[in-house]
Design a protein around this ligand. Structure first.
Ligand code: ZN
Ligand code: ZN
Length: 376
């Protein structure tokens, strides 16, 4: 058995603990990864708050990056020393995975939130007892970590893993919502509203900026909405053309003025606040699309005004992981970062892995957008 250092969440609402754990033997479809960095995504503290059910104790972490130490006997596409960004897990076999629509995988819940391997065994053991693991196929709050092969994405080894780790979930989700769901070029989207400027919303703004630079006829209006003034300032620097602070302004009146009373061609909600989602749906104009990314709660229902949506041929939809196939999308995002076009390092602050509780506190109080834990 290999021993590892893990950041264990012992129970609901408790702080994380730094503990020595043991790893189970590597299975044929798994990879042992020497973790270099793991960034924290909103879903990690959401488990701590009980918003996403898990069995405790649990090892979370789903934006890991590291180097291959060992590959299982059935893993043919990776070798020792490869640099990896870790993303969500999928079966690779169902009809959706076969079409590279892994985000629709029929086993998505079980593989990412099931807390165990498919056969019910655990990758992490503490004093002979199983610890919930396989979170997003990786449980990368652990070094080294056993990772499911389908979560592993090989990346350019010249890139800093402490930066590109965040591509694994939050940045993929935000950028993918624009590139893969809103599809501004294909749909001639001129005005886009981005509600909520966490890492996901900032990534959506960056993606919109890239597309507008490459296609001058689209996205003349990238409108960022948030109550945090420093985030609005950052959004402008990242490419938002306009900003709205709902604490000071009537959002509807301003959006209508900016779109010459047409309403938005597209909007993404990254707040997960139900009232904001319902407002976003109301702000959509003819032929427009409203996309839900943030989850307001497992029982929540959005309100869609049916007649205006029929007459305007509007769309309300939801997305996770940017509707992306990580194996192709993450290397694409990594190359955009390398070209200086996706400056995700501007969202990040690094911490020692053992300072995870401080990192989460900074994320919650809004002083840091994307904390990155470094493993030594
Ligand atoms: Zn995430
Ligand atoms: Zn599948």
């Amino acid at each position: 058995m290999v021993s590892a250092q893990a950041l264990v969440l012992p129970e609901l609402h408790a702080p994380f603990q730094v503990l020595e754990v043991e790893l189970d033997n590597l299975r044929p479809d798994e990879v042992l990864v020497e973790m270099k960095a793991t960034s924290i995504c909103a879903t990690d503290p959401a488990v701590q708050r009980g918003k996403i059910p898990q069995t405790f104790p649990v090892v979370l972490g789903h934006e890991g990056a590291g180097i291959v130490k060992e590959v299982g006997s059935a893993v043919s596409n990776l070798t020792k020393g490869d640099h990896l960004v870790l993303s969500y897990d999928s079966c690779g076999k169902c009809r959706h995975c076969q079409k590279k629509n892994n985000f629709r995988c029929l086993e998505i819940m079980k593989r990412n939130f099931g807390g165990q391997r498919e056969d019910g065994s655990h990758t992490i053991i503490k004093e002979g007892k199983p610890v919930s693991s396989c979170f997003f196929g990786q449980s990368s709050f652990c070094n080294p970590a056993i990772v499911q092969a389908n979560s592993c994405v090989k990346v350019d080894s010249s890139l800093d893993l402490a930066v590109i780790c965040s591509l694994g979930c939050g940045i993929q989700t935000g950028a993918g919502s624009i590139f893969n769901v809103v599809k501004p070029v294909e749909k001639d989207v001129r005005s886009l509203g981005v509600f909520g400027l966490g890492a996901v919303g900032c990534a959506a703004v960056m993606a919109a900026h890239i597309l507008s630079k490459d296609n001058p006829t689209v996205l003349s209006h990238v409108i960022a909405v948030d109550v945090n003034e420093s985030r609005l300032k950052l959004a402008k620097e990242l490419g938002a053309t306009h900003t709205i602070n709902p604490a000071n302004e009537d959002v509807r009146a301003r959006l209508m003025q900016l779109t010459e009373q047409e309403g938005l061609d597209a909007a993404v909600d990254c707040t997960g606040v139900l009232s904001v989602i319902n407002s976003m749906i109301d702000f959509i104009g003819s032929g427009g699309i409203a996309v839900t990314i943030g989850n307001p709660g497992n029982e929540s229902k959005a309100s869609v005004p049916i007649l205006p949506f029929i007459i305007g041929a509007k769309t309300y939809c939801a997305s996770h992981q940017g509707n992306a196939d990580p194996k192709s999308f993450i290397p694409h995002l990594a190359s955009l970062y390398k070209q200086g076009r996706l400056p995700i390092d501007r969202l990040q602050k690094t911490y020692k892995a053992e300072d995870i509780n401080e990192a989460i506190a900074d994320m919650k109080n809004g002083s840091v957008i994307k904390p990155v834990l470094l493993w030594s």
